[in-house]
Design a protein around this ligand. Sequence first.
Ligand code: MCN
Ligand code: MO
Length: 742
Amino acid sequence: SYSGKSVKRLYDDKFVTGRSTYVDDLKINALYAAFVRSNYAHAVIKRVHKEDALKMSGVVTVYTGEELNRVIKEGIGPWTTYIDPRPWKIPKWRFAQGEVKYAGEPVAVVLATDKYRARDAAEAITVDYEPVDAVVSMEEAKKDKVLVHKELGTNYGYKNDFVAGNPEKALESADHRKKVEIGNRRLIPSPMEPRGIVASYDGSNLSVWYSTQIPHFARAEFSRIFGIPQSRIRVVMPDVGGGFGSKAHIIPEELAVIASSMMLGKPVRWTATRTEEMMATNSRHNVFRGEIGFNNDGTLVAINGTLEVELGAYLTYTEGIQPTIIPLMIPGPYRVRDLKIESRAIYTNTIPITMYRGASRPEATFIIERLMSTVADELKLDDVTVRERNLVREDQMPYTNPFGLKYDTGDYLTLLREGVKILEYNSMKEWARKEREKGKRVGVGLAYYLEICGFGPWEYAETRVTEDGGVIVAIGGTPHGQGTETAIAQLVADELQVPIERVKVIWGDSDAIPAGTGTYGSRTVSIAGSAAVTASRQVLEKMRRVAARAMKADVEEIEYKNGEFVHKREGKKMRWEEVSRLGYSGKEPGLSASVTLEGDVTFPYGIHMAIVEVDEYGMARVKEYRAYDDIGRVINPALAEGQIHGGGTQAVGQALYELAVINENGQLAVTYADYYVPTAVESPKFKSYFAEKYHPSPYLTKTKGVGEAALIVGPAVIVRALEDATGGKFDFTPVIPEEILK
Ligand code: MCN
Ligand code: MO
C-alpha cells in the first residue's frame, strides 16, 4: 500500500525545472493594470488628474471608483461559511470612491498595453487629497474619538464576551493571582508568488485566472459582487506559489481588474509587485490583557481578560474568524474551566488585516502557553510539570472544552511524557545550562499545542475511471505547495488497488470541478481525502456491477482484489482494464462518482522544542527545532515532515525577525531590507517525529491536519527558549534584538 510511505511528490518536475505556470506566466493577450495608491491614511479624494497619463503612449484608459463601482455592485463580504455576521459592524468595502481609509489603498487603475507603461502612467497621475483625522493605532481607535467609518458610529467591529464558569470567584479563591499582557505584532504575508489575476470578460462569460486558495468561493463572490450567474463564471487557479492563508480573501485591486475587463471587453491582468504585496494585506496584530489565578500545585484555575484584534481599515473575508476562534481555543489542551475573554475587534486606518499562518490557533496557543510558562516561573516549577498538572486526562476524552468545543481524540499526557524523552528535552536543557556557565547564551524551550483544524463544512471529490483504466480524481481542495495531491493519490491508489502512476489528481478549475471549499485550516487531506476515498468506493461498486453483468453473476458474487474482478463461485476473472473498457460500451452508466462529503473539525496536538542562541548584538538564531506530534494517521511522512519544516521556519520569523512597522502617519515603514523573512540560512536544523500510536480523527482517512502545526506552536516554543538563553521575559512577538539586549 502507498499510504504511510514517503511517496515522492507527483507533479514536481515542472517546479524544480522552472516550467511551472503561475498567473504571471500565462500567455494571454491582455492589458496591464497598475494602481495609483494613497499616501494618506485617511483623506477625502478631491480630484484625480488623469490627463497626463491618458496622453502617454500605450495607455488605454484610467478608472477611478466612480466608474469601477458601477460594475462592482456589492461590497467585499464576511466569510459567511465561518462567520456569523450578526454581531459584526461591517462597512461596505468596494473600490475607494470619494475617500481613502488607509495608506496604500488604491485610488485609480491605469490600463495600458504593457506593465511598464501602466506603471509609468500611474506615476504620472496626481491626486488632490484633503487629509482628515486618521486613527492608526488600536489604542487610539479604542477611544472612538476619530472614526474610521463614520456610518458605524464606532471603531469596534466586534464585541462579544466568552464566559465559562465563574472566573471572578475562581480568581478570588486561587492561591495566586497574576496580571498578564501577551500579544503578537503585525506581520506581512510574503508568499513566494505575489498576488496575481487575469480577468477576461467576453461579453457573455467571465474567466478569471487567479492566484488563490479558494477558486469556488471566489466564483461565488464574483457572482454576487458583479451580478453574473455562477454558471457563467470560470475561476482557474494555475500553479500557486503559496499563500499560508493570505490568498483566501479577495481585495479591491482584484475587483478592479475584473471590473476593467468587463467595461473594456478585453482581458486585463495584474501581478502585484513586492511592495504592492506588502500593502495589499497585513496580518496578526492582537493583544490579550488580563489576570490569571493558579494554585500552589501549578494548576491554572482562572483566566479573565480582554482580547483585542486589529482589523485595519476593512473587514477582510477571513479576519472575522479571529475574535471568535482565538477565545474558543485559549483553554487549549488544559483543564481550566473558569474563563472570561472579552473579545474585541477594532478598525484602524491601516492596511486591512487578514488571516495568515494558521490564523487564530497561533494566537490562542501563544497566549495559553505563555500563561503556562508564567505559572511555572512564578512557582519555580518546570514547564513540563506545570503542563502535566493541567492537561486534560485521557479518561476525560472526548472532552468538551469550557466554550463547548468537543476535542475528538487524544492522550495529551502520554504524548507529553513520550515527547520529553524523544526530543531529549531534559538532557538538552542540562546541556544549555552548562553552556551558559561557560558564558554562551543558549537556551532550550518547549511548548505544547492543541490545534483545531480539518474544518468542514464539506468538500467535493469526483473519481473517474477512464476507458483505459486510468483514474482521474477531481478535488475541491486546492493544494498550493503542500503536496496534498500526492497524499490523495496515495489514498485513492490504495482504495482502488491500482498503481499510483495511473492516478491523476486535478483541482482548481471551477469548470472542471463543479464545487469546492478550498485549502486552508489544514483540512485537505482529511476532508478532500475522505471525499476522494468515498467517491472511489462508489466507482469501484459500479465496476463490480459492470463485471457482474459481463460474467453473468450477481454483484455479491464478484470480489475485487489487486486489479482483478473475480467470480467467487466459478473462479472466472476480469482485469481492471477490461472492466473499464466495458464501462464505456454505451450500455453502462459510466464510471464516475462524485460526492460532497460533510466534515467536522479535528484536534491534532503535540510538543515542540527549540534550541536558541543569542549573539553579542542581540541577534537570536534558532539552531535546532524538534517536533513530536499526534496528527492521526500519517499518509505521507515526508510531506508531513516538510510541513513541520516550513511551519517551523515561519515560526522563526514570527518569533524573532518579522515586524511590520506602521509609522505615525499610518504608512508601512518597512521594506524587505528590514522586514526580515527567514531564508534557508536562518532556518533551524529539524527533527520531526509523529506518534506511532496515533489517535485517529473521525474522518475516513483517520488523519488530522499538520499543515500549520509548527507555526501554531513555534512562536511560543522559540520565545521560551530565548527566555532560557537570556533570563529575560518576553510576551510579544517578534522579540527583536533591541528587546533582547535590554
Ligand atoms: N499530511 C499527511 N498526513 C496527515 C496530515 C497531512 O501526510 N495526517 C500531509 C498532506 O498530505 C499534505 C500536508 O501534510 O501534504 C498538509 O496537509 P493538511 O494538514 O491536510 O493541510 P492542507 O493540505 O489543508 O494545507 C493547508 C495548510 C494551511 S492551512 C496553511 S496556512 C499552509 C500549509 O498548509 N499553507 C501552505 N502548508 C503550506 N505549505 C506550502 N508549501 N504553502 C502554503 O501556502
Ligand atoms: Mo491556514
